[in-house]
Design a protein around this ligand. Structure first.
Ligand SMILES: Cc1cc2nc3c(=O)[nH]c(=O)nc-3n(C[C@H](O)[C@H](O)[C@H](O)COP(=O)(O)OP(=O)(O)OC[C@H]3O[C@@H](n4cnc5c(N)ncnc54)[C@H](O)[C@@H]3O)c2cc1C
Length: 381
């Protein structure tokens, strides 16, 4: 129940985009509920709703600096948790983009990043969000429906999940002035909007037929001078690899194939696969590595942009963020940074107050509607 005059927000999905949205909303709403299907771990670990967390993840410096603004001291926290820091010294990375290797000497002042594993990054964001008094993380809840009040989304129906089994009769309506869809690429918002009579967005998609195959490994200290190795595809070779140093002297090793080329799943086969294009010292270091966890594969048939901006009707009180709008080709490592930029844009909009036109930037907003004193904004990635 609402206390009189209180403003509530509901975020659907508790991954990176949802957590960042919640952090921003907490400054403008009395109460923010984040509903997430997974039982969220209290330790740093993989989880089912984010299968991509078993593959290389890089947060570009733009994303890092937004996280630092939202959570002061965040970068140091990651470093204290063991995430290696790339300080711009080009001898510490091997980057080969489109067949053009970056020179291994010199230094970039404005190209720096930290290298947490994806579970560590999300876990640290989640810990920060948990410390914000007016945010409630309601995990182990499935979002099954949106609730409408005429042309306004006024909440969602949450269904409790108990040890992966759905508990009968455990539905609850959570009301909110603003509902944010952060359910990612697999989120069912287009179907939910359709069932409410709004229709579905058209989708722009780019056929990539991408597959990742990954293993977490430990490489003997000193066996590799680089902290990150990224080799992208070239015309005629739609394959690549990435190897990132992460916390606790662990590394994530991923091989990829585009255009339907399927990379192998076993470590020795993956090493044979990269021998054709990776520098010998990288292959040699990986040959000395020890597998420290399960291998994982991920397929993405196409990138997808839900064109909510082109819908004829759109309810007030609803916005979408992150992969729920646009899921990009992971080889460019943009998804989390785009989600962070969208969270920053949401902050700018809310700072301007209801009715004010948001700044329309390149990664920008395509629609804006006032709903009471709450902004209903739609973002495009
Ligand atoms: C293989 C791969 C590699 C990637 N590598 C990078 C990288 O290097 N750098 C980078 O920046 N980005 C990368 N990305 C993209 C990045 O993972 C996402 O952009 C990022 O996680 C933000 O996504 P999101 O929060 O919008 O959605 P997601 O991370 O997909 O999270 C959606 C959340 O919603 C929950 N959910 C879904 N449906 C429901 C429901 N009905 N009820 C309740 N909860 C629900 C899920 O459990 C999940 O927690 C990669 C993606 C893939 C697939």
């Amino acid at each position: 129940m609402f206390a009189m005059g209180e403003k509530h927000a509901l975020v659907l999905g508790g991954s990176v985009a949802g957590l960042l949205a919640a952090r921003v909303l907490a400054d403008f709403f009395d109460r923010v509920v984040v509903a997430e299907r997974d039982a969220l771990p209290s330790t740093i670990s993989n989880r089912r709703g984010v299968p991509q967390d078993r593959h290389v993840h890089l947060l570009w410096s733009r994303g890092s600096s937004i996280l630092e603004d939202l959570f002061p001291g965040f970068t140091d926290e990651l470093i204290r948790a063991g995430a290696p820091r790339f300080d711009g010294d080009l001898s510490k990375v091997y980057l080969n983009n489109g067949g053009h290797p970056l020179p291994a000497s010199g230094c970039f002042d404005d190209f720096q990043f930290v290298l947490p594993s994806r579970p560590l990054l999300e876990g640290c964001v989640r810990q920060r969000v948990r410390r914000i008094n007016n945010i409630e993380l309601r995990d182990a809840h499935d979002i099954v429906e949106l609730v409408t009040d005429r042309d306004h989304i006024s909440g969602a129906v949450l269904r409790r999940r108990d040890r992966e089994a759905v508990v009968d009769g455990a539905d609850e309506i959570v009301e909110a002035d603003l509902v944010v869809d952060a359910m990612g690429r697999a989120g069912r918002t287009p179907a939910l909007l359709d069932s409410l009579g709004y229709g579905r967005p058209v989708e722009d998609s780019l056929d990539v037929r991408l597959m990742y195959s990954s293993f977490p490994v430990r490489i003997p200290p000193g066996a590799l001078r680089e902290l990150a190795v990224v080799i992208g595809p070239v015309p005629g070779r739609p394959t690549g690899m990435a190897l990132f140093a992460n916390e606790d002297n662990t590394w994530m090793f991923t091989v990829s194939g585009l255009a339907g080329v399927e990379p192998p799943k076993g470590l020795s086969e993956m090493l044979a696969f990269i021998e054709k294009f990776a520098p010998m010292h990288v292959v040699a270091a990986l040959r000395r590595s020890e597998v420290i966890g399960e291998g994982a594969q991920h397929r993405m048939p196409a990138t997808r942009w839900r064109r909510y901006d082109k819908m004829k009707r759109w309810p007030t009180g609803l916005l979408a963020i992150g992969d729920a709008i646009c899921s990009l080709n992971p080889i460019y490592a943009q998804g989390m940074t785009v989600a962070a930029m969208e969270a920053e844009l949401l902050q700018q909009c809310l700072r301007q107050g209801s009715g004010a036109l948001p700044p329309c930037s390149g990664h920008g907003i395509c629609g804006y509607a006032a709903s009471g004193s709450v902004a209903g904004v739609r973002f495009l990635s």
